[in-house]
Design a protein around this ligand. Structure first.
Ligand code: COA
Length: 322
């Protein structure tokens, strides 16, 4: 049986850090409010010359180096983003050209904050059907460019960044052997108006700004995430106690805590980077994963659950043995 093994990871952040105190000089907010309601202390914001594709390329290079493989052997790039460099072509094609692995498959997926889960599942499917052998799966965003910097209810929550993993086809069976073990994705288009961008090429011909009804998003998030994690565990024949690490989408520390509590997962097993990065949408899961691999927490043989929920709504979870 073919399965996808994670060979390496990498991440990239813009040079500029913006603290809560700095934001408080711009909108009517306080460090105390932001920390208490979200757990966020700072975020990285892209400057001139830093784009979704430049951050994605830097993260991809780091992942290739970590995996110890040459970019030329990559035959698939799936890039998750809601903030592409251009409406078209796909930002993945820019990354492909920058890495010098032209000729293989390269495309973007749009599932906002669940984008990395959608991209990982798509790449895994293409690997398991034999269409690709080695893939780069990237989540990259410059959300700072679609924020309404006058709206204190949203502009304090997001940041920019990128994360990437390298997947390789491998022959293996059983939940003790390395590879992606199970994945579930969902969407519910009826919830469009709770989290969306009020612009786009086909409607307003403008880029638009992010709009969100935060309290309602929060309520749905905990229920949906707990449900989808349960589905993946059942599909994979793995119990919740066997999970070594949960790498969740980093939207809000309170969502992370509430979801872990609902599932009976110890908070020490949950990777948290929202304090440092804020919500980087599709980049947040691979960024947090890379941080925890590089600091030695996530090790070979560990069982890792990825999960995310975002605009659409979309949500999903994926289980991997390292
Ligand atoms: N600084 C100070 N006060 C703020 C503020 C800010 N940045 N943003 C909102 N407030 C105020 C509100 O105006 C409101 O004031 P009011 O009671 O006088 O009307 C008060 O704080 C409470 O607002 P509320 O929206 O109820 O707060 P909350 O506890 O729900 O926290 C979020 C708001 C956005 C942090 C929270 O709902 C959340 O994280 N939701 C999920 C968002 C998310 O994860 N989105 C991404 C999914 S991918």
């Amino acid at each position: 049986m073919i399965r996808s093994v994670i060979l390496g990871s990498g991440s990239a952040l813009p040079a500029k850090v913006v603290t809560n105190a700095e934001l408080a000089q711009r909108v009517d907010t306080t460090d105390e409010w932001i920390v208490e309601r979200t757990g966020i202390r700072q975020r990285y914001i892209a400057g001139e010359g830093e784009t979704t594709s430049s951050l994605a390329t830097e993260a991809a290079r780091a992942a290739l180096e970590d995996a110890g493989i040459d970019a030329k052997s990559i035959d698939l790039i799936v890039l998750a983003t809601a903030t592409p460099d251009n409406t078209f072509p796909a930002t993945a094609t820019k990354v492909q050209n920058a890495l010098g692995c032209n000729g293989g498959i390269a495309f973007d997926v749009a599932a906002v904050c669940s984008g990395f889960l959608y991209a990982l599942t798509t790449a895994d499917s293409l690997i398991r059907t034999g269409t690709a052998k080695r893939a780069l799966v990237i989540g990259a965003e410059t959300f700072s460019r679609i924020l309404d910097w006058e709206d204190r209810t949203t502009c304090v929550l997001f940041g920019d960044g990128a994360g990437a993993v390298v997947l390789e086809a491998s022959e293996a069976e059983g939940s003790k052997r390395a590879g992606l073990l199970g994945s579930r994705l969902h969407a519910d288009g009826a919830q469009h108006d709770l989290l969306y961008v009020d612009g786009g090429p086909s409607t307003t011909q403008t880029v638009g700004h992010l709009r969100m009804r935060g309290r309602e998003v929060f309520r749905h998030a905990v229920v949906n995430l707990a449900e989808v994690l349960g589905e993946v565990l059942e599909d994979s024949g793995v119990s919740v106690d066997e999970i070594d690490w949960v790498v969740p989408h980093q939207a809000n520390k309170r969502i992370l805590d509430a979801t872990a509590k609902k599932l009976g997962i110890a908070s020490e097993k949950v990777i948290v980077t929202v304090d440092q990065h804020a919500n980087t949408s599709a980049a947040s899961v691979p960024l947090a994963f890379d941080v925890a691999r590089r600091d030695g927490r996530i090790k070979s043989g560990d069982l890792v659950m990825f999960e995310a929920m975002g605009g659409g709504f979309t949500w999903g979870a994926c289980l991997a043995r390292m």
